[in-house]
Write a protein that binds this ligand. Structure first.
Ligand code: CP
Ligand code: NVA
Length: 304
């Protein structure tokens, strides 16, 4: 069977609902499953820093009986002149999967094209599919279903927002991307997600008005205002995104049982106020834990 990748949410579009269910099953069965990935090695290659992605992938494959190897790309020959293509071919001879965190999605695509083993994105400048899967798992756990639920993403229309758009559309969740006009999500992804949502009977909407967007929201979601590799100054970001901060005032506009999500790392006082981040409606640490269970489902599906 041909190898498959998870570089964009769309790569596993049809399996997304099954992946959500498998993640929840693997979470429930944690500690009691056998070793379905025994003898499998995952090479984890990072161009950028990471806490959650690195550790959750390592723990995930270890608990499934396999093994992970962490590589800082700048310390490889690839960081010193060897081609990406040669590197991907060599990796494919050693291991059973590659998890890659890239600055540029084009790098991810090049590796995916050449590697003969599955390539899983651990984030690039365009998407963060494993985060979106963990997010859908968290929403299913907390809200029970997707249909008729409304998620409002506030702030920078970045990689996390892009993958959330696809994932929401696939699962039938209504999503509003509420961002400044100059920082809207990728236009092609927004359009693609809206088409999927149309076919699914759900809605993908753009907004620049947080007070309007947050009315009746079931989920408020935010991420950093300055992503890794973005050279926007903190001063500029604070001005540009100020009104998009998730704070008590904005949360009071949403439904009483609205939950607050953040992919982390968080910057209290910027995209989220400390009282909301650490308050009773925040589910950010359950969300972070679900990276582990979601990635187990991905590894189980792609590496077996
Ligand atoms: N959310 C996320 O991907 O976190 P890390 O950058 O710590 O991996
Ligand atoms: N949008 C953020 C996500 C970090 C997990 C970034 O790309 O830096």
């Amino acid at each position: 069977m041909a190898k498959r990748d998870l570089i964009s949410v769309l790569d596993m579009k049809d399996e997304w609902p099954d992946l959500v269910d498998l993640s929840i099953k693997l979470k429930r069965e944690r500690g009691s499953h056998n070793a379905p990935l025994e003898g499998k090695t995952l090479i984890m290659m990072f161009e950028k820093p990471s806490t959650r992605t690195r550790i959750s992938f390592d723990v995930a494959i270890t608990e499934l009986g396999g093994h992970a190897l962490y590589i800082d790309v700048s310390k490889m020959q690839m960081g010193h002149g060897e081609t990406v293509e040669d590197t991907a071919k060599v990796m494919s001879r050693f291991a059973h999967g590659i998890m890659y965190r890239a600055y540029d999605y084009k790098m991810m695509d090049r590796i995916g094209e050449v590697a003969t083993i599955p390539v899983i994105s651990g984030l690039d400048n365009l998407e963060h599919p494993c985060q979106a899967l963990a997010d859908m798992v968290t929403i299913k756990e907390k809200k029970g279903s997707f249909r008729g639920r409304k998620l409002v993403y506030l702030g920078d229309g970045n990689n996390v927002c892009n993958s959330l758009l696809y994932a929401s559309a696939i699962m039938g969740l209504d999503m509003i991307a509420c961002c400044p006009a100059t920082r809207m999500p990728n236009a092609e992804i927004m359009l693609g997600a809206a088409r999927i949502a149309d076919a699914n009977g759900s809605r993908i909407i753009a907004s620049h008005d947080p007070s309007e967007a947050c009315k009746d929201a079931d989920i408020l979601y935010t991420d950093t205002w300055i992503s890794m590799g973005d050279d926007t100054s903190e001063e500029k970001a604070m001005k540009l995104f100020k009104m998009y901060q998730i704070n008590s005032e904005l949360l009071s506009i949403a439904k009483k049982d609205c939950v607050v999500m953040h992919c982390l790392p968080a910057h209290r006082g910027q995209e989220i106020s400390a009282e909301v981040m650490d308050g009773p409606q925040s589910i950010v640490f359950d969300q972070a834990e679900n990276r582990l269970h979601a990635q187990k489902a991905v590894l189980y599906t792609l590496l077996r």
